[in-house]
Design a protein around this ligand. Structure first.
Ligand code: ATP
Length: 259
């Protein structure tokens, strides 16, 4: 599958509409407006502490917006009933920063958990799906390993396998490269790309890793702590080349060596 055209007529899978986010009624970001197309690899980027993870928590319904709305498949995720929200949650997978695997469970058992919670599949079928998902992320044969017995990169892959357990339409990633060396990080990027290309999965990724952003992002929104909102939106290479905003240039060209 080729990258989707975010300006195409197909309805967006996620819309943030005048969203204000924060904690205990105090906004840290306001006037967030964006739409994510089906099958898009969409990055939320910005400096440390600007609010990327907070935005992610609002998109997946862990925190209530201070103002505005989040729509998933054209439906308000905020105003809907609890039952409908649970239904919509089945179409999400989340890869948390630390992979969030249960240390007392094997990799297969970790992946079987969401299947146990959200489906009526037999244990045998759940195990078969867990093995398939492990194979999908390059962990064939690791079903009986515990998280403590595998590397950091493998933990991320196992976390991704669990996020994919219910064949979600959308996967959210919180800093997937955190704690990984550049080669392992690049392998994870390639895996994300492959999953999108093979399954059309929409990927929403919080990150400040320039290598990943330039390697796999179709489009980014850049959050700015001082402006307390989005200051740029578009394909990262276009922004790096064409933006006249010095804040955008500084963020996207940090680490460049003088020629
Ligand atoms: N549970 C919380 N309660 C109150 N404030 C919080 C909470 N979590 C984060 N914050 C604050 O919200 C702001 C944004 O934090 P957030 O973790 O979303 O930023 P980030 O862009 O993801 O940062 P990083 O790249 O360093 O992970 C920070 O000032 C942080 O201190």
């Amino acid at each position: 599958m080729s990258s989707p055209d975010p300006t195409s007529a197909s309805a967006p899978v996620i819309v943030a509409d005048d969203l204000a986010i924060g904690y205990d009624g105090v906004a840290i970001m306001e006037q967030l407006n964006f739409a994510i197309a089906s099958g898009e690899i969409f990055f939320v980027i910005g400096g440390s502490g600007c609010g990327k993870s907070t935005l992610l928590r609002h998109l997946i319904g862990l925190l209530p917006p201070i103002r505005g709305d989040v729509q998933i498949f054209g439906e308000s995720f905020i105003k809907t009933t609890l039952e409908r929200r649970r239904e919509l949650l089945k179409s999400f997978g989340v890869l948390y920063q630390g992979s969030a695997l249960w240390s007392s469970l094997t990799l297969a058992e970790n992946i079987m958990l969401p299947l146990e919670e959200y489906t009526t599949l037999s244990k045998r079928d759940r195990l078969q799906i867990a093995r398939l998902k492990l194979a999908q992320v390059g962990l064939t044969g690791y079903d009986d390993y515990y998280p403590s017995e595998i590397s950091g990169g493998m933990k991320k892959r196992a976390g991704l396998a669990r996020a994919l357990a219910l064949d979600p339409d959308i996967v959210f990633f919180d800093e997937p490269s955190a704690g990984l060396d550049p080669i392992t990080s690049r392998e994870l990027d390639e895996l994300i790309l492959r999953i999108r290309d093979n399954h059309g999965t929409t990927c929403v990724i919080v990150s400040h890793e320039l290598a990943s952003i330039f390697a796999i992002a179709d489009r980014v929104i850049l959050l700015d702590k001082q402006a307390r909102t989005i200051i740029a939106e578009g394909p990262p290479k276009d922004l790096a080349k064409n933006s006249t905003d010095p804040r955008v240039q500084t963020f996207l060209h940090r680490g460049d060596r003088p020629s």
